[in-house]
Ligand binder design. Sequence first.
Ligand code: ADP
Ligand code: ASP
Ligand code: MG
Length: 492
Amino acid sequence: MPSGPRHARSSENGKAPMNLVVMKFGGTSVEDAAAIGRTAAIVKSRVAQGKTPVVVVSAMAKVTDQLLRAAASAAQGDRTGALAITSRLRGRHRDAAAELIKSPNECCALVDLIEQRFDSLDEVLRGLAVLLELTPRISDLIVSYGERLSSRIVAAAFCERGLDAVRVDAREIVITDSEFQRAAPLDALIEKRAHERLLPLLDEHKVPVMGGFIASNESGVTTTLGRGGSDFTGALIGGALSAEAIEIWTDVDGIMTADPRVCPDALRVKVISFEEAAELAYFGAKVLHPATILPAVKKNIPVSVLNSRNARCEGTRIISLAPHCRSPFKSIAVKKKLSIIDIVASPMLMTHGYLSQIFAVFDKHKCAVDMVSTSEVSVSLTVDSNASLPEIVADLSQLADVKCEGKKALVCMVGDDIRGQNGIAAQVFNAIRHINVRMISQGASEINMSFMIEEDDADEAVRSLHAAFFKDPDPGVFDTEARKAQTVNSEQ
Ligand code: ADP
Ligand code: ASP
Ligand code: MG
């Protein structure tokens, strides 16, 4: 037989295949047997297109919340309550496995493994119910079971459906610092491990399936990347392997002009820039984890947000330079559970070094500040309403009079041509003239106009702004066909 040119194997030349696509599936895309079946079909369609997928999955929908509730119950001494939660989760995982895996041997092996994992989780919870102290480290260990289990079930279901899938423990690849519950990735190590662990599998045409969100520090102790962090895992793996594309599969058609749960008229944004998507994610659009964009930007990898329940929809493409849009805004995001801290009436106010003392307090408590506004007699800042707020206020009170008000929301309007158009601020505040605005910011970024309001007013504000700014959407940027179809349906 003539020996043709031999293609270098990825694991030999250290380069991932050119057509590599990282496909991240969120909780709703793996929530039960039916959803996992749809996910398998989507991955198979990519393989049929000649792509090389690496799959990242979240825990089944709501599992992380329930694991956190189990942990909190155990830490309060409610062992029975905690074990009741894991007993329900055990049943849910077992049922999904039994429905998905028809071959008796494979099914038995998977169900046994699920039982073993839940036995060890229950042991941790029993210990916690004695110790009564939930550390961030133990919390990460407990929530890690969600992605560890879902990745096992998904990999087995893929194999059953003809994909040569292999489960990979994400904790062997995604290495982070030891900041439990919001660990920061160590990029160079992740790149090295991703090459070592994944390229040999891709050489053998296997489909790696790994859990998102979970990671480990350099000593191998389990960490997590923060809530919603599976998107971040997808982007980190995509960046480490210089993927051709990163796909974020979720339960909506893409990035919409507002959260469709709040604003049912929201339209799909067809294309958006990295910068705009990053602002939206940071300021509360839950559809993307805020850190997702950075690894993609570094390597200029396009990211798509797609709907696993409507796989034919082309979703949203996030690219470095989005086309011009004739309307000023692309989308409205809302961040709730914020507090305003007013620092007032100190003789020191506005003297040299005063602001740095104030920020040193936030730094000490590792608390990010979202918005700042100063006047001659006061400084106002907004922060997440977090557990260390009373301590922050106590420390600030050493410097000045401090007032803290919770239940605030930040509304953030994002678009790449805000400055280029006259009278935008007037239109924004006219649209919400019935709502009391507490703080305003425009300028830190050219593509974002934000303001603080009461949390209870947030949904109404979004609907009013949406009605004002997306009346006549640019069909080059927004999916106006879907709106037309809706109008026709409602008129029939
Ligand atoms: P997943 O589990 O797939 O990661 P998430 O629940 O984290 O999904 O994110 C998807 C949800 O984000 C949607 O169901 C939607 O309610 C919400 N969301 C908030 N803002 C937006 C937006 N601008 N566009 C699309 N979805 C949004
Ligand atoms: N399961 C994790 C969470 O619910 C991570 C994710 O789904 O992105 O936060
Ligand atoms: Mg998410």
